[in-house]
Design a protein around this ligand. Sequence first.
Ligand code: COA
Length: 190
Amino acid sequence: MVSVTAMSLPITTERLVLRVFTPEDAEDHFAYWHLPEVAAYVPWEPGDRAQARASLQKRIESDHLDDEGSVLFLAVELGGWVVGEVMLSWVSREHQQGEVGFALHPGAHGRGIGSEAAREMLRLGFETLDLHRIFGRCDTQNTASARMMERLGMRREAHLRENEFFKGRWSDEYDYAILQAEWRARSDQS
Ligand SMILES: CC(C)(COP(=O)(O)OP(=O)(O)OC[C@H]1O[C@@H](n2cnc3c(N)ncnc32)[C@H](O)[C@@H]1OP(=O)(O)O)[C@@H](O)C(=O)NCCC(=O)NCCS
């Protein structure tokens, strides 16, 4: 059975270490998690330290992918500082589908850190889990997220109109996706 466990981690890139969360990450996790500008387009509401601890615990427990429905959260560590997180969700075994997600502290934005980390989640999904297609969703107002998914080679496949009542307003959503064959073709070029 294919799976991603602590055995396959951490992942090291040019600048980053992607690893499972630990209780020692409480301060760094709180530092980005509680900021309204980070939470504006993600599913959580910014909260206090007790709520942040519950969120961190969820991430600590989401440390493997062993079947559909499982979710992997990895801390994005830059020079010893956890600047944010990336997520890969195994959505369907039958259809070999996965979803990526990401959030970084604003102090780490604009340096290509998000794409460097998310690229590894695509690699994990395609190479280790043999997913056929990985998608990502974002609010149409979240231009940083949309640009990043385009930079990763993901295709905008849909613009959903007011599909969610999100944080007090009807929001539009872009759906991006990339197929394994497309990802392999891009990887061959670089
Ligand atoms: C979405 C998010 C993760 C993007 O993170 P990021 O690291 O800034 O994104 P990228 O990797 O695409 O880098 C972006 C910029 O860095 C620049 N950059 C600098 N060095 C770079 C490098 N080595 N490689 C790539 N880009 C680089 C790019 O030119 C790009 O600039 P642009 O956005 O003006 O075109 C971040 O904005 C975030 O955490 N937002 C809050 C949470 C959120 O909304 N998450 C997504 C929910 S759908």
